[in-house]
Write a protein that binds this ligand. Structure first.
Ligand SMILES: NC(=O)c1ccc[n+]([C@@H]2O[C@H](COP(=O)([O-])OP(=O)(O)OC[C@H]3O[C@@H](n4cnc5c(N)ncnc54)[C@H](OP(=O)(O)O)[C@@H]3O)[C@@H](O)[C@H]2O)c1
Length: 285
């Protein structure tokens, strides 16, 4: 299962996460996480020009470890044109090729799609294997199905933002040959938070999370294990991004990624529906 895992690296460049008390991961910790990931078969990374110094931290590691051939996914900057954004990322990553470059949002894709043909002619076969878009909503997923130049779509998908809400739109994209990557498997760490620490504006999520915690107790499962397998076990998902703040968390997640869970448990999760979808969109938290 772990070959579906993609290591998210916003944590290397910014103090990130709803449950983060330790701040930004240090350069030394980031290198240790990259080392452990690569050695254990997690050879794809997700980064972005807007993740603070994440690309530089990765480039610094790759400079010292030239044999580590990670597949790197990065994202266009909103501020500059697509070509110079790519060139800046390649420089920071100390690489001449990446596996994918994504528009960081649907609106950035919509504003720049007129320039895609030029970008593809100039850069695609030389520096970039595939082009994608990172999205939040199903409406955005539906619109991307129509664009053959887009190869990869990244979306949130987890035990709350789930199969019932997402699968139809995702299956349509799959039928058009697109690769599906998901993020937010742990809702930025929210699923691990004690009830009393959950921010007030997210308090409507306490009840559904408690139902899931009860389910975990009944089946003697860790909630992180359930959350990870819920996503990994979906055949229509090709890659699952996870963020970690330490080698310890990565080791735990790798263990969880090896042990599958009965589908029956997932069917119970799919009966839990969140009405206010804003609660599932970390960009509005
Ligand atoms: N395209 C986009 O718009 C976009 C947006 C956001 C993120 N991303 C990408 O997705 C990656 C993952 O971010 P995400 O938001 O999806 O995060 P996530 O994977 O849902 O949650 C990651 C957080 O969960 C906690 N965690 C992870 N493993 C744990 C364990 N075993 N035990 C306890 N806590 C654990 C850690 O936070 P604490 O320890 O701090 O609690 C960690 O930072 C990012 O690195 C980034 O590359 C992309």
């Amino acid at each position: 299962m772990s070959n579906k895992l993609i290591l998210g690296t916003v944590q290397f460049g910014l103090a990130y996460g709803v449950n983060n008390s330790a701040g930004q991961v240090t350069v030394e910790q980031s290198s240790a996480i990259l080392e452990h990931a690569y050695t254990n078969g997690v050879t794809s990374l997700d980064t972005a020009s807007s993740y603070g110094n994440s690309e530089l931290v990765i480039g610094n590691y790759l400079g010292k470890n030239p044999g580590k051939n990670f597949n790197i996914i990065t994202k266009f900057s909103n501020q500059v044109d697509c070509g110079s954004s790519l060139e800046s990322s390649l420089q920071k990553l100390r690489s001449d090729k990446i596996s994918s470059i994504l528009f960081h949002s649907f609106s950035h894709y919509a504003e720049n799609k007129h320039a895609l043909d030029f970008f593809i002619r100039k850069y695609k076969d030389v520096n970039v294997a595939t082009i994608g878009v990172s999205v939040y909503t199903n409406e955005e997923l539906e619109q991307l199905a129509q664009d053959d130049r887009i190869n990869v779509v990244q979306l949130p998908f987890n035990i709350l933002d789930n199969h019932v809400l997402r699968s139809e739109a995702v299956l349509e994209l799959k039928s058009r040959g697109k690769t599906i990557h998901t993020r937010s498997a742990f809702l930025q760490g929210l699923i691990f938070m004690d009830d009393e620490k959950i921010p007030v504006k997210l308090s409507p999520l306490k009840e559904p999370l408690n139902l899931i915690k009860q389910l975990c107790d009944e089946h003697r499962l860790d909630i992180g294990h359930l959350a990870l397998q819920y996503v990994l076990q979906k055949d229509y998902i090709d890659g699952v991004l996870i963020g970690v703040d330490s080698v310890t968390q990565l080791k735990q997640n790798l263990k969880w990624s090896e042990i599958t869970i009965q589908q029956e448990v997932f069917r119970t999760i799919d009966t839990i529906l969140i009405e206010d979808l804003n609660l599932l969109n970390p960009s509005t938290w």
